[in-house]
Design a protein around this ligand. Structure first.
Ligand code: 2AM
Length: 494
């Protein structure tokens, strides 16, 4: 049927049936979103730079479905109901700009362009302004959930031209994941806020994965557990407060056997982690905003160190491995790892939400943090039971200065901190790096300790740069002539 419409379209014959939405970019994510939309009753027009992919879809997975192939952008525009909605699922960066330029030639004022790729939020701010200046509407939508999510229901974070929301809402909400009947897709805010929230989601995801990696690493190296034992442990943890997609897939991964060697597949996978940049963007943004997100940044650095293979190899040769006494109480230590993981996870989320809170003020986005935690409860990679506790915390107090201060999280940290400290100490003693657990603990302790070392840092800054310091007993800013003989003499006497 779709080929029939294509022939009519190419002959310029006005077809009756028009598509509800157009989608450009038929890689797996784009193709799965098309099938998801079609399965919800929408007719989708599709286009791709390499047009053979359009044909492949029409003849393959899209055969017999309400999908209209468009081999040019003119065909795409002609096949859409007005106001036209066109969603881009192409590689982030220049391809998005190039398609926007071309679409502006074939679309009309009032039409809507949605970018569902992993675009940098500053690009989305710029594109929103450009598209709006031509009288069209622009939506930068973060889409999380990978290929499976795209097909069965992702978490969608749309932001941009707010008047586009009522028009795109029925489609985006119906293809999104649902939790307790609510769609994991709500309007985030103006310009780049949708892609921003997705970026922070990914930053948190880096930290989450890092810390689960550390739990596995300690089970293996401090407790000598087998893949099967670890699989059982993660499955068991997935039934409690750590219940989440990432814990669930970790259990599955541990159970997978390599067909070639008969060993657990994990044992033959190189310990070199790749990255696509969203964790780095989140960390850069935290530095720009002046928000502490050390555990997220640590997770990015941990991936970078894993890839410094030559340095790692030379260091392994240069420094002997530590030999330490085996841990005696395995079950208690395992409980400790679980507590360390949960407490560290809470700190990483606290950091991510602190970035969002500051960004909301800085960019005037009025983000609803409780609603964002709710959107992440289904469809996306960091979906987890405990996000409900975050939603509850912000619903109770939208101005919460830090998640750690919500009564629920305060209670968890009180209960788990002793085990958390024990695990980090045992890991450090054994030369087992746990950068996520330890940076989260340092974040927690830095917040909770009443007197930090930074009085000395201020003194040093004032000493060499006359940067001045504040005093504990008086208002104002002060400078000391540190090197005058009188001052040196005074401090020598103390
Ligand atoms: P392609 O099939 O023609 O390569 C994910 O890579 C999607 O982005 C694919 O649909 C791909 O189209 C598209 N894409 C990547 N680079 C592109 C570019 N420079 N211009 C247009 N589309 C591009």
């Amino acid at each position: 049927m779709s080929t029939f419409f294509n022939i009519l379209l190419r002959k310029g014959i006005n077809i009756v049936k028009k598509a509800d939405i157009g989608l450009i970019g038929l890689a797996v994510m784009g193709e799965n979103l098309v099938l998801n939309m079609e399965s919800k009753g929408f007719t989708v027009a599709v286009h791709n730079r390499t047009t053979s992919r359009v044909q492949d879809l029409l003849e393959g997975r899209g055969r017999g479905k309400n999908i209209i192939g468009a081999f040019t952008l003119d065909e795409l525009a002609a096949s859409l109901k007005t106001p036209r909605i066109v969603m881009l699922m192409v590689k982030a960066g220049q391809p998005v700009d190039s398609f926007i330029d071309k679409l502006l030639d074939v679309l009309e004022p009032g039409d809507i362009i949605i970018d569902g790729g992993n675009s940098l939020y500053t690009d989305t701010i710029r594109r929103t302004r450009l598209v709006e200046s031509k009288g069209l509407l622009y939506v930068g939508a973060g889409v999380s959930g990978g290929e499976e999510g795209a097909l069965h229901g992702p978490s969608i974070m749309p932001g941009g031209s707010s008047s586009a929301w009522p028009i795109v809402k029925p489609i985006l909400q119906s293809i999104a994941a649902h939790v307790d009947g609510s769609p994991c897709c709500q309007w985030i805010g103006p310009d780049g806020s949708g892609h921003y929230v997705k970026m922070v989601h990914n930053g948190i995801e880096y930290a989450d994965m890092q810390m689960i990696g550390e739990a596995y690493f300690l089970m293996k190296n401090a407790l000598g557990m087998s893949a099967l034992e670890m699989q059982e442990t993660f499955s068991c943890w997935n039934k409690g407060e750590l219940d989440s997609y990432l814990i669930e897939i970790t259990a599955h991964i541990l159970g997978k056997i390599d067909e070639d060697t008969g060993k657990p597949l994990l044992e033959v996978i190189q310990d070199v982690a790749g990255q696509k940049g969203t964790g780095k963007w989140t960390s850069q943004e935290s530095l720009d905003l002046g928000v502490a997100a050390p555990t997220i940044a640590e997770a990015v650095f941990a991936r970078i160190i894993s890839g410094a293979q030559k340095q790692r190899y030379l260091a392994v040769e240069a420094f002997p491995q530590l030999s330490t006494a085996p841990l005696t109480d395995k079950s208690a230590f395992l409980d400790g790892i679980r507590d360390a993981l949960y407490a560290s996870k809470i700190c990483a989320y606290a950091q991510g939400f602190d970035i969002l809170r500051h960004a909301s003020l800085e960019y005037d986005w009025d983000l609803d943090l409780g609603e964002i935690a709710k959107l992440w409860q289904g469809g996306c990679i960091i979906r987890a039971q405990f996000l409900q506790n975050i939603t509850d915390a912000y619903n109770k107090n939208p101005d919460l200065p830090n998640l750690l201060l919500a009564p629920y999280f305060q209670g968890v940290l009180d209960k788990s901190q002793q085990n958390w400290r024990r695990v980090v100490a045992a890991a450090v003693e054994r030369g087992l790096p746990v950068p996520g657990f330890s940076s989260a603990l340092a974040y927690f302790d830095s917040l909770r300790h009443p007197q930090l070392w930074t009085n000395l840092v201020q003194a040093q800054r004032d000493y060499f740069g006359a940067h001045t310091y504040g005093r504990t007993d008086r208002e104002g800013s002060f400078h000391t002539e540190w090197q005058l003989p009188g001052n040196v003499g005074k401090s020598d006497e103390v």
